[in-house]
Design a protein around this ligand. Structure first.
Ligand code: ZN
Ligand code: ZN
Ligand code: FE
Length: 761
């Protein structure tokens, strides 16, 4: 061949397990090139030979026409000597190159596989483990890199001739689809119900019947078990709530289709795209009035997901055949707040007495991963919980450095490992006060380190002296970096946006340990190039009973009332406490007066709890942030006005005093104003106050960029209100998108803090 050129091409990104090599193979055929393509530990390597224009066009098309589930981060090519090779082949994976390969996240059932699954003539009709290079399990079944079948929990299944043919045909959709399987050779389901077992299609069939009859089942999914029952079956829901001790906490539901989701809820374009995405998270949707309030009592939003595995899709097809097309509750199959169960023995030990039947399968789950939870706010899709479908995708950082392990916070724990300029957050681990979650942390750390091939030399952790996450950090080798909770929240925003310091961090949160030993939670921080300082906060108030009283909204309410009205608060607001046992009220008041077991706090979460109480929404919660979420659910409301918060400068810091807002809310309540009005005025007042406080801080530091973070900013009305008010005041505003604004995103900020070698100023 005249003037043949040969190029060596290295592609990095999400390029393994997503149909990348067949894509390259097909392109090579299209451009009539010789050469080869292979997976290796750093990505996909290609050599391509042919006429120069064809090779150039081929290289352009590699990224431009990449498979839907892939992501190309870099493509580097260099000329090598031509060899005269005329055919193109896919060669065996090699693993000696430095580790930089990325394990793909799990992918929801694709449209092609769904079509086959629902086609009675297809050999995979209703087969619950149908997958291809565009969809199927990835992270949850992978044990090591490079990502090939022997490195997954599919290693024990030998492909039948038909599957082998698909797997070996470069032009087949299942070419090198590592979990490829069919009813002849692949995994199968098993139902255990009242001492009897059923296998295969009969098991799925019977599961549908048991669910329709109102049973609660443990169903094995991608990253763990769900507890499932009909969402419209009051007795089943009541039983599930009793068994899980969750009287009100919302449950997510799975609906058969986007059309079914639209019947229950209003769905925006972004929400519809998220529901149907390969990540397939639970999406918080605005419920249509009066429809399906039981799964999420008192809330305007319902967590909804679509069938993301072929097992779910087959189950819904069978349910429909039997006349049921409503939503199923699908909640994490765990005991208390422990890790999601991942195998039958765990289900037997932990979910006994909750599930009356168990549908499991024999494709083991290697990495547990809960469902992710997403929501749209201020025009962007955001994550409240980052797990299945997103992990282990990396957050790109603006710079690299030594490998860092950041241990996160104790609630909604997720940790973070960095490798060069990439931050890998673990899946949601959960509340570390549960011993089982500490084990889950350890188990996941070992597995992720192995997959990423990193040995962190720096270990970042929360400043809190009593945090389990900090204790776990101290037990590990490496240099320790203690990071203040809210500095980490603020930096999580900067890290994910590649934002250069300096900026103002406005962090509204539940609780975090402050550098003065108090419980912080409404912080204005100035983050400079090398460090940070506190520039403002909500005026401290005592929290009688501390964390033990976290669910009793009337306690912070009492403290705020006493601060607003003085010692004789009772004649002015005592009526609000008619539902609180008098003896307990007296004890708590004495505790607050004497400062016994009453830590000082600037928590915005507790302020919201208190306003939920003032509004008459709730005096005691059964789950975290229940009152605030119910307050938000009353919006939008027809109400004018905004509560006033005083701003003053105390010891060089901007202090936000809620006393006038507290007095106005109590006045509104006693005047019989509806809770929605109080809620609207609170939200409007806080939006205005945020902008005023930031402006006051900016007077001194002269900064015009604000990063918003902290769990309170999951409140979309507040996020949108504060963002708009700040923008109106001339600020550029950033908030969390890729990682949660709650403590689930804090590890990213800790890692960035350690990488940038920050210090408190
Ligand atoms: Zn597929
Ligand atoms: Zn097969
Ligand atoms: Fe926090």
């Amino acid at each position: 061949m005249a003037s043949a050129v040969r190029k060596h091409i290295l592609v990095k990104g999400v390029v393994q397990g997503v149909g990348f090599r067949p894509h390259v193979y097909k392109l090579a055929a299209e451009y009539k090139l010789g050469g080869w393509v292979k997976n290796d530990a750093s990505g996909v390597t290609i050599e391509a030979e042919g006429r120069a224009p064809a090779v150039e066009a081929f290289i352009k098309a590699i990224a431009a026409r990449r498979p839907a589930a892939s992501r190309v981060d870099s493509l580097v090519s260099r000329a090598v000597a031509a060899t005269g090779e005329r055919t193109f082949s896919i060669t065996k994976s090699g693993g000696k190159a430095p580790a930089a390969a990325i394990i793909p996240a799990d992918l929801a059932l694709c449209a092609d596989c769904r079509r086959e699954l629902l086609d009675p003539a297809d050999r995979r009709h209703l087969y619950p483990f149908t997958n291809c290079t565009n969809c199927g399990p990835r992270f949850t079944i992978v044990k090591s890199v490079p990502y090939d079948r022997p490195a997954t929990t599919m290693a024990g299944f030998k492909m039948c001739p038909d599957c082998r043919r698909e797997y070996s045909d470069p032009l087949d959709r299942r070419f090198h689809a590592q979990p490829n399987a069919c009813p002849v050779c692949g995994p199968s389901v098993r139902l255990e119900s009242s001492g009897k077992t059923l296998d295969g299609p009969a098991a799925l069939e019977r599961t549908a019947e048991l669910l329709i009859a109102g049973g609660i089942g443990a169903l094995q999914s991608l990253g763990g078990f769900h507890l499932a029952c009909r969402a419209d079956h009051a007795a089943a829901l009541e039983q599930l709530r009793a068994a899980k001790s969750r009287p009100h906490k919302p449950f997510a539901v799975m609906v058969p289709s986007l059309a079914a989701a639209r019947k229950l809820c209003a769905v925006s374009d972004a929400e519809a795209a998220a529901l149907a995405s390969a990540q397939a998270p639970v999406v918080m949707l605005r419920r249509r009035a009066k429809k399906f309030s039981e799964p999420a009592p008192g809330l305007s939003r319902l967590g909804v997901m679509l069938p993301y595995t072929p097992l779910h899709a087959a189950l819904f097809a069978l349910l429909a055949e039997k006349g049921f097309s409503g939503p199923l509750v699908m909640t994490s199959g765990n005991f208390r707040d422990e890790p999601i169960c991942k195998d039958r023995p765990e289900v037997a030990a932990r979910l006994k007495g909750v599930a009356s039947f168990t549908l499991s399968h024999d494709r083991p789950i290697h990495n547990r991963a809960d469902d992710s939870v997403a929501y749209e706010a201020a025009g962007e899709l955001r994550l409240a919980r980052r797990a299945r479908g997103y992990v282990p995708a990396a957050v790109k950082l603006a710079a690299g450095g030594p490998a860092v392990l950041a241990c996160g916070a104790d609630l909604k724990n997720a940790f973070c490992l960095t490798r060069g300029p990439e931050a890998f957050l673990s899946q949601h681990i959960g509340d570390l006060s549960e011993l089982k979650n500490q084990e889950f942390f350890g188990e996941t750390l070992v597995k992720l380190r192995r997959l990423l091939k990193v040995s962190p030399s720096v270990v970042a952790h929360d400043l809190h002296p009593d945090y389990a996450s900090a204790a776990l950090a101290r037990a590990l080798p490496g240099r320790k970096v203690a990071v203040q909770h809210h500095a980490a929240h603020a930096l999580s925003v900067a890290a994910e946006h590649g934002l250069e310091e300096p900026f103002i961090g406005l962090v509204w949160d539940g609780t975090g340990y402050g550098t003065d030993g108090n419980i912080w939670g409404s912080e204005i921080l100035v983050v400079e190039r090398k460090g940070w300082y506190r520039a403002g906060h909500l005026k401290y108030f005592p929290l009688p009973g501390g964390d033990a009283g976290a669910l009793k909204a009337w306690r912070p309410a009492l403290a705020l009332l006493k601060a607003a009205f003085g010692r004789d608060w009772a004649p002015k607001a005592g009526r609000l406490f008619s539902g609180v046992p008098a003896a307990e009220l007296r004890t708590v008041e004495r505790m607050a007066d004497a400062g016994i077991n009453s830590p000082l706090t600037s928590s915005m979460g507790r302020l919201f709890d208190a306003f939920g109480f003032f509004a008459g929404v709730r005096s005691e919660a059964t789950y975290e942030a229940q009152g605030p979420m119910e307050l938000e659910s009353l919006l939008p409301a027809r109400a004018a006005g905004a509560y006033k918060f005083d701003l003053r400068r105390v010891k060089g810091m901007v202090e936000i005093d809620p006393a006038p807002a507290v007095r106005a809310a109590v006045r509104d309540r006693l005047a019989g104003r509806p809770p929605a009005v109080i809620s609207a005025r609170l939200h409007a007042g806080l939006a205005r106050t945020a902008a005023e406080a930031a402006a006051a801080v900016a007077l001194e530091c002269n900064l015009k960029t604000v990063c918003l973070s902290g769990g309170v900013f999951q409140n979309r009305v507040l996020l949108e209100g504060v963002t708009a008010a700040l923008e109106k005041a001339g600020f550029k505003v950033y908030s969390n998108r890729q990682v949660p604004a709650n403590d689930g995103g804090i590890a990213l900020g800790q890692a960035w803090y350690a990488l940038k070698d920050f210090k408190p100023v």
